[in-house]
Design a protein around this ligand. Structure first.
Ligand SMILES: Cc1ncc(COP(=O)(O)OP(=O)(O)O)c(N)n1
Ligand SMILES: Cc1ncsc1CCOP(=O)(O)O
Ligand SMILES: [Mg+2]
Length: 535
């Protein structure tokens, strides 16, 4: 995937300035105009505006990305179903593609309803003529109401032309089955095999099989395969009729994140989180009389108002890869706190703690506010080390305190019942007290010796095991942990040992994102192998 080259097609005309090494949110021109990341959606119009072009526009707007549109068909549809389809002639689809691609500096193309072989071919030809940084193919074949939107004749052209060009294909179970000649997909293991077959036989660089329709599953399980690793991505199944357009929205959100410069797996994770949040927010809205209602893509605009007193709930699985910042390391590598937080999250960090011992309060608060924006946009909780005042001032998701910091019960009374509180524990007694005092998790270590925290007592794997066995709370291991020893930690195989917290293994390295990605894989693979993976 070449999405990181974003914007370079303009070089020579504009004075380009990459805002982040792999994450170009905007590019500054010579006359300080800003260029927005740009997704082109090639899809059908949904008159009910729950799915199709309309969903794509709203999803991109919600993700802060410009979206242009090439309409392939106009459907008459509502919450009951599809009453009519009027296909746009292929030459006019081609003309629209030419208009947008020749002029508007598209970063990522996302496809939805492509109802005829001619339209798929027209798109293929235009993409050859005007290459883009990434292609997201949502192989839409059947609407949520069960109406057929692309016939079997299109399948061959999908397989032969479009999928080999795709950076990611996002079929649901029915679509994956159709692409593979009608095989039955009923289990997560079937989904893995299907993802591998589509990847190996049809050529997309990544495959996401959406398991929303999987029978007998309480979670929504998707399988992501990048050609090497499988990732089981789970989110809670939201009980709602308002799920029309989730597929289009997910694919558009992936495209939007790619256009902003994200790598593929983080883009998929962010997209899933966004869809889950929007579905949850919209579960009780009532639009139309049919069985499939639309949801509110722009809920985030209202979320802060509606839920200002109800911050994020703590999920112990968020402890999987816990990134703890350190300004000395950031200074050494010439990085801002926000940039390093963003890179850690892009690589797969699942929770972030700002541990800033040497900066002034006003600078700390400023950095915390900016980091919180980054974390919120990725659905990753942000905690503050030691400083309850900073956590309160920026409305962070919680704090981490040590045995000689603010006592947990006082922090709890200041922060309220919903904020996350973590506490450092080296002994079973401390672990018990943390639970009594209302902490949400404990950090236990140093497991190995470390240069990051002076004079810290090392408790070793045995000490960690003793604390975990005594603790009623989830535990994250900390201290001297990196790629060489993280397996040994997670191989303890203790049910409440949920992950590792790392400082230097991320922030004292050249590429934070790739270190995070590697550690994330090592932790989750070891957890799976020791059968304590509770994704
Ligand atoms: C996740 C996690 N665990 C332990 C610590 C250490 O906290 P503390 O004992 O307060 O020491 P300092 O970090 O304040 O030096 C942590 N920060 N995070
Ligand atoms: C904050 C802290 N608490 C116990 S060990 C430690 C430092 C961990 O840093 P590193 O991951 O670089 O060893
Ligand atoms: Mg402390």
């Amino acid at each position: 995937m070449q999405v990181f080259m974003l914007g370079f097609q303009l070089s020579g005309v504009l004075n380009l300035k990459a805002v982040h090494e792999t994450n170009v949110y905007a590019v500054t021109t010579g006359c300080s105009k800003q260029r927005l990341p740009h997704v082109l959606t090639v899809a059908g119009s949904d008159s009910g505006a729950g799915a199709g072009i309309q969903a794509d526009l709203k999803a991109c707007a919600a993700r802060g990305v410009y979206c242009s549109t090439v309409v392939t068909a106009v459907t008459a549809q509502n919450t009951v179903g599809v009453q009519g389809v009027n296909i746009v002639p292929e030459r006019f689809v081609s003309e629209q593609l030419q208009s947008v691609l020749s002029d508007m500096n598209v970063d990522v193309v996302k496809t939805g309803m492509l109802p005829t072989v001619g339209i798929v071919k027209a798109l293929y030809d235009r993409l050859k003529q005007y290459p883009v940084q990434a292609l997201v193919v949502d192989p839409v074949m059947v609407s949520t109401s069960g109406d057929v939107l692309a016939g079997p004749s299109v399948l061959d052209t999908f397989r032969d032309q479009l999928l080999p060009m795709a950076d990611i294909a996002t079929p649901n179970l029915k679509e994956a089955s159709a692409l593979l000649g009608g095989i039955r997909l009923q289990t997560v293991s079937d989904m893995r095999s299907a993802a591998k077959s589509i990847h190996n036989n049809m050529g997309p660089r990544n495959v996401l099989i959406k398991g929303g329709d999987l029978p007998a599953s309480s979670d929504a399980v998707d399988i992501f395969f990048d050609g090497v690793e499988f990732y089981e991505l789970r989110s809670s199944r939201i009980q709602t009729r308002n799920s029309h357009g989730t597929g289009c929205t997910l694919a558009s959100c992936i495209a939007a994140e790619l256009a902003k410069g994200s790598q593929m797996l983080p883009a998929v994770r962010v997209a899933k989180h966004y869809v889950e949040t929007a579905l949850d927010y919209s579960k009780d809205i009532l639009i139309g009389n049919g069985l499939q209602g639309p949801f509110d893509h722009l809920c985030k605009l209202k979320r802060n108002i509606r839920n200002s007193s109800k911050p994020q709930r703590f999920d112990p699985d968020d402890l999987l890869l816990y990134a703890v910042t350190d300004s000395r390391m950031n200074n050494k590598w010439g990085r801002s706190i926000t940039d390093s937080v963003r890179a850690a999250i892009e690589g797969g960090a699942t929770i972030v703690q700002l541990r800033e011992k040497d900066i002034e309060t006003s600078n700390f608060l400023e950095a915390a506010k900016k980091s919180l924006e980054v974390c919120r946009s990725h659905g990753v909780p942000l905690l503050i080390n030691d400083r309850i005042d900073i956590a309160l001032a920026c409305d962070a998701d919680g704090v981490h305190v040590g045995q000689s910091d603010m006592p947990v019960h006082v922090a709890r009374s200041l922060l309220g019942p919903e904020k996350i509180i973590g506490v450092s524990c080296k002994t079973p007694e401390q672990a018990h007290q943390a639970w009594v005092n209302g902490a949400d998790y404990i950090g236990s270590g140093g497991v190995y010796s470390t240069n990051t925290k002076a004079n810290n007592i090392t408790i070793g794997l045995d000490g960690l095991k003793t604390v975990c066995l005594a603790s009623k709370l989830p535990v994250v291991a900390i201290g001297g942990i990196g790629p060489s020893n993280v397996r040994a930690v997670m191989e303890l195989g203790l049910e409440n040992l949920k992950g590792v917290a790392v400082v230097s293994a991320l922030f004292d390295r050249e590429c934070i994102a790739s270190e995070a990605q590697n550690l994330h894989t090592l932790v989750s693979e070891t957890m799976k192998a020791t059968s304590v993976f509770h994704d």
